[in-house]
Design a protein around this ligand. Structure first.
Ligand SMILES: Cc1cc2nc3c(=O)[nH]c(=O)nc-3n(C[C@H](O)[C@H](O)[C@H](O)COP(=O)(O)OP(=O)(O)OC[C@H]3O[C@@H](n4cnc5c(N)ncnc54)[C@H](O)[C@@H]3O)c2cc1C
Length: 812
């Protein structure tokens, strides 16, 4: 009887936690359950009286808000104030920058799918679509990536002119300034399409629309600055660049040694002009060698108090015409055989007037925050779009190549080993593209989601790296031999660029995604931190009490939900009307609760040291990121009208991500530096062990088959990439060869059989085709088809060769 009561009591507590019951409900439950258990335990009268007294005290302390704030949350607030790790001003500005979007839902342990599915459908306006179909298509047709990267080490003059004149540098600039004022979705589509043709051209278009002077001016520029520069930038009359990084400040960009001293100087023939004397040394600056307008980040000091009493004025941004006296620019770095312009810039005692500060003197010292805000927007679009452009190209060409290329008398894509690679290529491309447009949607909804921008930057470039690596493997020597007919080699070489820029990936994964997310996207932590900073003691106590008890309820609820869903595998969770994906909609909340629980425990137990525990932080970030990618995949599938033919891609991507979530959480538990928490998490999150499996071989086979088959799935997967219809070009020939291979397959089988039976004697394939025609085995038209098929396959299979001189080899 006693055991039954205890079990019932535990069940009631789990239910209270599960449904996030109010504090009052908890108190009532304790008031009823504890006496019942005590009576059943036949305790002495004195013990019972002591328990009643304790319960009364508990009721008074927790049930009367004034007492609770004094005796519980007030004391915790004091402890919090002491132990809260110091947050540097740059970290604080990064945390404050941007907004919380779907990441907040994923942190809640209870994502609202109806809300996500009700977000507008991703798409372009008619005007934007026309631009993609015409101007972008034409630009792509003009691009010859081999010529650009090997011969010219730059875009040809007519391409530069086309880009500038057709407004490619003004994608984000409003129409009132002569720009195209495109949505984030369209901006992303433009970059993705160009990237599927030429990485160098994509970067050239990308940078002015990304973290460039235009974005900064639009948000923070004075009216005069906007009028002066935005028209010119939109028309491509200015080539902008932005310089933050230097030799001694890379990832730790807040530590830039570049400085400016407020002073008076001579400028444009005027004396005693209030301004800044600048010294900087920057490197890796994209477009710098050709830039006419240099955005510069530096630390400003005012030792003579010309602007006020504060000497150290903080990171400040200025816009400097590159013909200003003392600006040194023009030499080039050579990033992985890319031809986009990139190089160092230097300035020694360069005098600029105060009007050059972006946003004017009011914006002095706000540079870091300005960069963080703009970074979130740009990082959400440019690198994801360029990665996805490359992935689509790799997916489409790999599928076709694996069908056309035969070894051991079979298309190589039918070998199980190659199928595995194709499955990863297809499913990662599907999921990353979903996340790309989901994130662009956030921007179009007016969000600036900083945590999401880090997630998408990291995962799009990492998955891009996986896909291009796999594509290289399945292409064998064809991928390795560079030349005009190699569509993969440059993409492969340039992959580390996306990995490194905009927050190098190791840092992004280990420090930024969860590091920022834990504070930024968590429903209570930021409120608690804000309460500790509140100066009015009464207000601070109220705020903190609300946040603390909200947080406790949240944590208990996540513990209960993790445990219950761990037992059921998420079964029973109500899901949106989606018959085929309902299990995913159930598994994601399970992991969302488990993630929120682990995140809370990690913060509570490890406190400030979590910052240094990058491996734990990274794994928690992985779970959050994978939940985000899975959400985007569900949204894409729903937006596309849930086509059944896409299901192998959806299933593979989702099952892979869910399995990886399980492994990441398991890694957190296994490495948690506290044995008690380790044991507790294991029971609460995996009460029945780790039961999810990676996608099956059969599913991988289905995905690979879809990639090798022309049709709607392959077209949807690679929608938006540039496909030349010219058979003289490598990808054009490959497309034609795929169709021709399939068309000629029955004829090839006929020829093969005839050869085995000794009816065809010629040693060479072409000769055999003629022989077959001559003996009436195939008609003249069929022979022509076979002949064309042979020529196309040969074009696809052959690689470029060069005379030594063409490769620039010097004779010794
Ligand atoms: C082609 C190219 C174009 C660029 N364009 C521009 C531009 O236009 N403007 C501009 O200002 N900058 C630009 N950059 C600079 C770019 O943003 C930096 O390269 C980047 O910030 C990394 O700095 P770093 O190369 O000095 O690497 P480092 O900072 O030296 O990092 C080296 C490694 O250490 C890791 N790391 C560093 N700190 C941590 C940490 N706390 N935890 C875990 N890992 C860590 C990094 O992830 C990285 O893997 C460009 C760079 C390249 C290569």
């Amino acid at each position: 009887m006693m055991l039954l009561t205890m079990l019932l009591a535990v069940a009631v507590f789990i239910l209270l936690a599960f449904f996030r019951a109010t504090l009052l409900s908890w108190l009532l439950a304790v008031m009823v359950i504890v006496p019942v258990v005590a009576i059943q335990a036949r305790l002495s009268d004195t013990a019972l009286q002591a328990i009643y007294l304790l319960l009364f005290l508990l009721l008074a302390i927790f049930g009367v808000p004034v007492l609770r704030r004094k005796l519980v949350s007030g004391i915790v607030l004091k402890v919090f104030r002491k132990i809260l790790p110091a947050i540097s001003s740059t970290e604080q500005e990064a945390i404050d920058a941007g907004t919380v979007w779907w990441d907040g839902e994923l942190f809640s342990g209870h994502p609202n799918w109806e809300k996500m599915l009700a977000y507008p459908k991703c798409g372009l306006s008619d005007e934007e679509q026309r631009f993609v179909d015409n101007e972008v298509e034409e630009l792509c047709a003009m691009l010859d990536d081999w010529d650009i990267t090997h011969n010219l080490a730059d875009l040809p003059a007519d391409v530069w002119q086309y880009i500038r004149e057709r407004g490619f540098f003004g994608l984000i600039i409003p129409k009132e300034y002569g720009g195209l004022e495109f949505s984030a979705q369209a901006h992303s589509a433009v970059i993705a399409k160009i990237a599927s043709r030429s990485g160098s051209a994509a970067v050239t278009v990308m940078v002015p629309n990304w973290l460039g002077p235009a974005e900064l001016l639009l948000h923070y520029g004075t009216e005069e600055q906007k009028e002066k520069y935005l028209h010119r930038l939109a028309r491509g009359q200015e080539v902008p660049c932005f310089a933050l990084t230097g030799p001694f400040a890379g990832s730790d960009a807040g530590a830039i040694p570049d400085y400016g001293i407020v002073c008076k100087g001579e400028f444009a023939g005027r004396k005693d002009v209030p301004g800044i004397r600048l010294n900087w040394e920057k490197r890796y600056i994209t477009l710098a060698p050709k830039a006419t307008l240099l955005g510069l980040a530096f630390k400003l000091y005012d030792p003579d108090g010309l602007l006020g009493s504060e000497v150290n004025r903080g990171i400040t941004l200025a816009l400097i015409p590159t013909d200003t006296q003392g600006v040194a620019i023009g030499r080039r770095h050579f990033p992985m055989n890319s031809a986009f312009l990139n190089g160092p810039t230097e300035g020694r005692d360069v005098f600029i007037p105060l009007e050059y500060i972006i946003g004017g003197v009011e914006r002095i010292g706000q540079g870091w925050r300005m960069l963080m805000e703009c970074l979130a927007a740009g990082r959400s679009i440019s690198l994801p779009a360029s990665s996805v452009g490359g992935m689509k190209m790799a997916a489409r060409t790999s599928g076709a190549y694996c069908r056309v290329r035969r070894q051991f008398n079979m298309p190589i894509g039918q070998f199980e080993g190659v199928e595995e690679a194709l499955a990863r290529i297809g499913a990662h491309t599907y999921m990353t593209d979903a996340a790309r447009s989901f994130t662009a949607l956030a921007l179009d909804m007016g969000e600036k989601p900083s945590v999401v921008s880090a997630i998408i930057k990291y995962h799009s470039t990492e998955r891009g790296r996986i896909v291009v690596n796999e594509a290289m493997d399945v292409h064998g020597g064809k991928g390795i031999s560079l030349g005009p007919d190699n569509y993969l080699g440059r993409s492969y070489q340039q992959t580390p660029i996306g990995i490194t820029v905009e927050g190098a990936n190791i840092l992004t994964r280990t420090l930024m995604i969860f590091g920022q997310g834990a504070i930024r996207s968590h429903p209570y932590v930021l409120k608690e931190v804000a309460a500790t900073r509140e100066v009015d003691p009464d207000k601070a106590q109220h705020l903190f009490d609300d946040a603390l008890f909200g947080h406790i309820g949240f944590a208990l609820s996540n513990a209960a939900r993790s445990f219950v869903f761990g037992l059921t595998g998420g079964r029973g969770i109500p899901v949106p009307r989606d018959v085929v994906c309902r299990r995913y909609y159930q598994q994601m909340p399970r992991f969302s609760s488990a993630f929120a629980l682990s995140a809370d425990l990690a913060m509570a137990v490890l406190g400030g040291s979590l910052k240094r525990r990058e491996k734990i932080s990274a794994r928690l970030g992985d779970v959050l990121s994978l939940l985000y990618l899975c959400s985007a995949t569900m949204k894409r599938f729903a937006d596309d009208g849930r086509p059944a033919s896409d299901l192998p891609l959806v299933h593979w991507a989702m099952q892979d991500a869910l399995y990886k979530m399980q492994q990441a959480l398991s890694g957190v538990i296994q490495n948690f530096p506290n044995i008690f928490v380790r044991a507790m998490l294991r029971v609460l999150i995996f009460p029945l062990g780790k039961r999810l499996m990676p996608p099956s071989d059969k599913l991988g086979h289905e995905v690979a088959a879809l990639l090798m088959q022309p049709g709607e799935v392959r077209d949807r997967l690679t929608y938006g990439m540039y496909i030349p219809d010219d058979e003289q070009q490598a990808i054009g020939a490959l497309e034609a060869a795929l169709l021709s291979t399939l068309e000629c397959e029955p004829l090839q089988a006929q020829l093969h059989a005839a050869r085995r039976e000794g009816k065809l004697k010629a040693m060479e394939e072409l000769q055999r085709i003629f022989e077959a025609r001559d003996i009436g085995l195939v008609t003249a038209d069929q022979a022509l088809l076979l002949e064309r098929d042979y020529a196309l396959r040969r074009k696809v299979i052959m690689v470029d060769d060069f005379a030594s001189e063409e490769l620039g080899v010097r004779q010794s």
